[in-house]
Design a protein. Sequence first.
Length: 331
Amino acid sequence: MPRPLRLLVMLPALNEAATIGAVLARVPRRLDGIGEVLLLVVDDGSTDDTAALALAAGAAVIRHGHNLGVGVALQTGLAEALRLGVDLAVNIDSDGQFAPEDIARLIVPVVEGAADFVTASRFLDPSLLPDMPRVKILGNWGMARIVSLLVGRRFADVSCGFRCYGREAMLRLVLLGKFTYTQESFLALSQKGLRLHEMPMRVRGEREFGKSRIANNLWKYAWRTLGILFGFVRDYSPGLLFNNLTLLLALASAGFGGFFFWHRWSTGAFTPHIWAGFVGAYLFGLALLVFGLGQIALMVARLRSVQEQQLYLARRYLPRLGEPSAGPHDD
């Protein structure tokens, strides 16, 4: 008989004393297919009573000495989930924008083995569109389009912070971003071939108390998020960046060089367009340089792939907390 599944509900929190207790109280303790529900609050440098209220509500608390960013808070939560050996982990914001009761729906595809990762989607069903500023809706749409282009599959919402990770997703996921984790998670899990699922869900469009610490400045949010996307392409798919740039430079070099030689052939003189020859030669040399850098980047990416595979195996076969050491055929 298979053992009951264990679920960890983790809440990153920064000065959420106004809502943390109510959110934790609403987390379902009995769920179909789940034998045990654990609560974890990752206090990311709060200066209010967030940690004390979380402990009073029955949650375990991990505290960062100072604010490190929601991306680091999620990494801390996932590391604890692996240490505890849970089968699923749900990440939900502690500000009350998401209904904890919806955890029962969110985990179903993972519990049934139909998905490795499930995210609530605010925009997949137009009838569930949240009440939020139009500029934020457009920003989310644009980010979803970029991520969809990079992974080769259409997603409607890649920025929602209400998600369920199956054990395979937790084992495979390697995140580096400190500012946020939402888009990077999609890229990393898609790159590893895991099954990603969007679930339409009604959520609150704006916080009830305070302002968003992630998207309070949309220009800053867009800039830092695009930096994360660029870093992912550079680290995991450098050929997409360097090969296209090499091709662009080579075409530009051919254009200037062709014009230079055409002018020499048609007039018999180098002047007054000798500059085109120098520009073409410069761009050709730059194309060779970028191509060489791309080959180095590809070798580094291969090394990273091997290291992440080693990390996956180390995580997979480490004994779960409270269980005997697992053999190579145990899951």
